[in-house]
Design a protein around this ligand. Structure first.
Ligand code: PEP
Ligand code: MG
Length: 586
């Protein structure tokens, strides 16, 4: 049994089987040190993989000779030749025998060196064989149980994906009938991969250091998405303990479900607007069943991340139409695409940026890709007759960006007018406040925008200079930080002064302690992952606004985030023990 700790990013407990995903584009695999006693077995594993690969290649050679002709089929003979070549086999065997490394590492390091040598060879015949060497290494690794994407297709129900890292689009494309949870070695608490896990209700642990060294395909695994643990090869008593917890968790969620139906009103009668965040239209059903009063954030970039081509105006329109139909008259805030940073399109992936979170992301990307942006704006406008729909621009940092967004919107409106196509002429246009500059300048923005929505996921990372996707600095990602609270206070004040609504739609808003602070800072609208809404309602109903105001006033006065968060939690535990006992702070 082996327990690995990580960061809990999506709740739930799963007992399943590992499917280890290696990055198929690279030959880097985990290095594992083996005991002297295991050397013979590891050599045997290599021999097994080698023979299996030769048999496969032999079959391929025969069928290729028929289909493609003898000459073309010769490439497989080259592959077989490499697998019989002592100058390749000896270094692999030596690495196992002398360096005591696992067969996978021996293969990948030997083939990588060989590929590098071939790539630098003056003779082009050698250079042209580099890809063949990579393919060959992957074939051997696959025969050792290291699958690439193709093994995802073969997986069974109850599969837990274990990977070094996953992109939001990989995660969004998971087969939900089979994949029940995932674990990654990298990743931070509010990465978009983590957010997708929440959207798909997939329990997930990220930043589980060492998981790639320990996990093996087919191994039994427990994913504890509540506390952020992974248990490999669990013993019977651990399994039965977690089975019991699964039953308890179901009871808790059942008892919370009664709060979904109750209004979100504080103990002193202040009404709070509780909304849901979505990435896919079908999530609206979950938002509704958990008591959401509408959708406060629709992350439309997932239209780009789940398809293999750029969405058309009709694709956009149909998605918005579906949301509006499911919402049946409840409000929907559509955020224009927030591509870039950790949400890459195919084209962006080919030219990676050095500092993608500080790069051409979000509204900056949309303003540079006007055709794409206009297509989306037009689709939103067309859908605006179907229900109360608002537009929100992400990552606004300066007023010129907001004005440019509005300029394009007005142009699309004029075009629709000319074509006689109906739309809501008074559609509200707001902005996300997720950059410290925007929070500090909120007074100026408030004169031009219809509403603010605070995005703490980015606001925290930019204020504290902590990459939200990096597990190495995850402990420094502390939303309850006086600096962050001061910025939110400023935004809330500016909203009040100019009479525009202020909501918060970052992940922290889903944390009851942070939500209490938001109430204390004057925020009256919260949008969060559907699964968190019943607990948020329970929290809101058990606190008064003056209590929250007192707590946040004190929290903001501390010099450090550690003092602030321990104070907040201790006060809230006293006030509402049934919500806060045993809960870590966001
Ligand atoms: C945020 O930054 O808080 C936010 C809601 O946007 P996203 O998580 O999509 O960056
Ligand atoms: Mg953001």
């Amino acid at each position: 049994m082996h327990k690995i700790s990580g960061i809990a990013v999506s709740p739930g407990i799963i007992i399943g089987r590992v499917l280890l995903i290696d990055d198929t584009r690279s030959l880097r695999v985990a290095r594992r040190t083996i005991d002297q006693a295991d050397v013979a077995a590891e050599l045997e594993r290599f021999e097994f993989a080698r023979k299996a690969a030769i048999n496969e290649l032999d079959e391929l050679h025969k069928s290729a000779a028929v289909e493609m002709g003898k000459e073309a089929a010769k490439i497989f003979l080259f592959h077989i030749g490499v697998l019989n070549d002592p100058s390749v086999l000896t270094p692999v065997r030596q690495a196992i025998e002398q360096d005591h490394v696992n067969a996978e590492f021996a293969i990948s390091s030997t083939f990588r060196k060989l590929a590098e040598k071939f790539a630098a060879h003056p003779d082009s015949t050698f250079r042209s064989k580099v890809d063949d060497l990579r393919d060959l290494a992957h074939r051997l690794l696959r025969d050792l149980g290291h699958g690439g994407q193709e093994t995802i297709a073969d997986m069974d129900e109850g599969t837990v994906i274990v990977a070094r890292d996953l992109t939001p689009s990989q995660t969004a494309n998971f087969d939900r009938d089979k994949i029940t949870a995932f674990v990654t070695a990298l990743g931070g608490p509010t990465s978009h991969t983590a957010i997708v896990a929440g959207a798909l209700s997939l329990p997930a642990v990220v930043g589980a250091k060492g998981v790639m060294l320990q996990a093996r395909t087919g191994q039994k695994i427990i994913v504890d998405g509540e506390r952020g643990f992974v248990v490999l090869d669990p013993d019977e008593s651990t399994i039965s303990k977690y089975r019991h917890e699964q039953i308890e968790a179901r009871k808790v969620s059942l008892s919370l479900s009664e709060f979904a139906k109750l209004p979100a009103i504080t103990a002193d009668g202040v009404r709070i607007n509780i909304m849901g965040n979505i990435e896919f239209p079908d999530e609206v059903e979950q938002v509704e069943s958990r008591g959401g009063m509408g959708v406060g954030l629709y992350r439309t970039e997932f239209l780009y991340l789940t398809g293999d081509r750029e969405p058309t105006e009709e694709d956009h329109y149909q998605s918005y139409k579906r949301c509006a139909e499911l919402l049946n008259g409840k409000p929907l805030t559509i955020r224009t695409v927030d591509l870039g940073a950790d949400k890459y399109t195919q084209a962006q992936e080919e030219i990676p940026e050095r500092n993608p979170f500080l790069g051409l992301r979000s509204i900056r990307y949309s303003l540079k890709n006007q055709k794409m942006f206009r297509t989306q704006l037009r689709a939103i406008l067309r859908a605006s007759t179907l229900g109360p729909i608002k537009i929100m621009f992400p990552l606004i940092t300066n007023i010129a960006e907001f004005r440019s967004g509005q300029y394009f919107l007005r142009e699309e409106m004029e075009e629709l007018d000319e074509q006689g196509i109906a739309y809501d002429k008074d559609i509200e246009v707001g902005m996300m406040v997720e950059v410290p500059a925007a929070a500090l300048m909120a007074g100026a923005f408030a004169r031009e925008v219809d509403f603010f929505s605070i995005g703490t996921n980015d606001l925290v990372q930019y204020t504290l200079a902590v990459d939200r996707t990096n597990e190495r600095v995850a402990s420094m990602y502390t939303p309850i930080h006086p600096a962050v609270l001061k910025l939110i206070r400023d935004v809330s004040r500016a909203g009040r002064r100019h009479d525009i609504p202020v909501s918060c739609c970052g992940q922290s808003a889903a944390d009851p302690a942070f939500a209490a602070l938001l109430l204390g800072l004057g925020v009256r609208s919260i949008s969060a992952t559907a699964s968190s809404l019943p607990m948020l309602k329970k929290t809101i109903r058990s606190l008064t606004v003056p209590q929250c105001e007192r707590i946040v006033k004190k929290a903001i006065s501390f010099d450090s985030e550690a003092e602030a968060s321990s104070y907040v939690l201790s006060r809230l535990r006293k006030r509402v023990p049934e919500v806060f006992d045993g809960r870590p702070v966001a």
